[in-house]
Write a protein that binds this ligand. Structure first.
Ligand code: DAH
Length: 339
């Protein structure tokens, strides 16, 4: 019996000491020290021993139990400490790790250019208006004083969705929509996307952007137009900027002009940016044709106005030295990350 006790004690010590988890430790405890465990079984064997042997064996059993319980307790503490350690490791934050950097968005060069343009006109007391990209013939051309056979209305130049439904080829139709809903004084700028049947290359795109301007009030003259566009050019390029007007033709303005600003890179000397001319063409402008004002019910004896339209793409390309218009729409991160 003592042999059996010794063997059992040896096995129990190993099992307790080597329990790899609290669960395993509990299983070992139940097996050796539990109510129906091996030690209890041995203890019950005492009854079969000779009376004089019983005290000695009983004492041995008690010693063994005490020893095993001590080992059990030691191992439990070890395992609990280990688990606590693990828990700390799992839940804690490693403050020495480098932070995760948040990607910073940049402004697209087109939008950055447009925002800067709008900022200037807002400062001059203009408000921002918008209109639909899909127009009909009336707003697209007729109300803008285009004669019925004007080549701009040709399918060669304008995208038609149906007979009388087209993608606007300029932001000028919004002039009509604004004036229809508002009496003078009118001072609006209209940013927007336009569409033309152009073949895509480094300087053309079927989809592009314009900023339209319209000012109608009593006593508005060409001098106001010139002053406004000069303020615009100076706002964009600095106090040295000059503007140039040359005769042009648009059905909705009379007189009409194309306007240019002195090259921001060479201040008019002539360089690579302006292809030697010293000027950068920005867009068209003019005094609103009285036919247009009459068409929206304005009193043409009382009111005059000027209008202008600026292409945003070319502006942005000059400004940032972007050589190919297609880069503006590419979504290529190598290009976008530079802004
Ligand atoms: N809409 C013209 C174009 O796309 C630009 C333009 C010219 C706008 C004269 C105007 C204007 O408002 O008065 O070429």
């Amino acid at each position: 019996m003592e042999d059996r006790l010794r063997e059992m004690a040896e096995a129990a010590r190993t099992a307790l000491r080597e329990a790899a988890s609290l669960d395993e430790l509990d299983q070992a405890r139940a097996r050796y020290l539990g109510r129906s465990g091996v030690l209890r079984d041995i203890q019950q064997g005492i009854r079969d021993l000779a009376k004089e042997l019983r005290p000695q064996v009983g004492q041995l059993i008690n010693q063994t139990r005490a020893e095993l319980e001590r080992i059990l307790e030691e191992r439990r503490q070890e395992l609990e400490a280990g688990q606590a350690h693990l828990r700390v490791a799992r839940d804690s934050i490693d403050v020495t790790l480098p932070g995760r950097s948040q990607p910073v968005a940049g402004r697209h060069p087109l939008l950055a250019t447009l925002d800067d343009m709008l900022e200037i006109f807002l400062g001059l007391g203009y408000t921002i208006a918008e209109g639909p990209e899909v127009e009909d013939n009336y707003y697209g051309f007729e109300a803008l004083n285009y004669p019925p056979d004007h080549p701009a209305m040709d399918e060669q130049m304008t995208f038609y969705i149906a007979d009388d439904v087209l993608l606007r080829s300029q932001t000028s139709p919004v002039q009509i929509r604004v004036m229809e809903t508002q009496e003078p004084p009118v001072r609006v700028v209209v940013p927007g996307r336009c569409f033309r049947r152009d073949t895509v290359d480094a300087t053309h795109s079927h989809t592009f952007h314009q900023l339209e301007g319209l000012c109608v009030d009593e006593g508005v003259t060409f001098a106001d137009l010139k002053g406004t566009l000069l303020a615009f050019a100076r706002g964009m390029f600095g106090p040295e900027a000059r503007v140039r007007f040359r005769p042009d033709f648009f059905p909705f303005t009379e007189p009409s002009a194309e306007f240019a600003v002195s090259c921001f890179a060479c201040a008019g000397e002539g360089c690579r940016v302006c292809q030697g001319s010293g000027w950068m063409e920005l867009g068209g402008a003019g005094m609103v044709d009285p036919n247009v004002l009459a068409g929206v019910g304005y009193d043409t004896e009382r009111y005059t106005g000027f209008a202008f339209g600026v292409g945003i793409e070319r502006f942005a390309m000059n400004r940032y030295g972007i050589p190919d218009m297609r880069l503006l729409y590419s979504g290529d991160m190598r290009m976008l990350r530079q802004f």
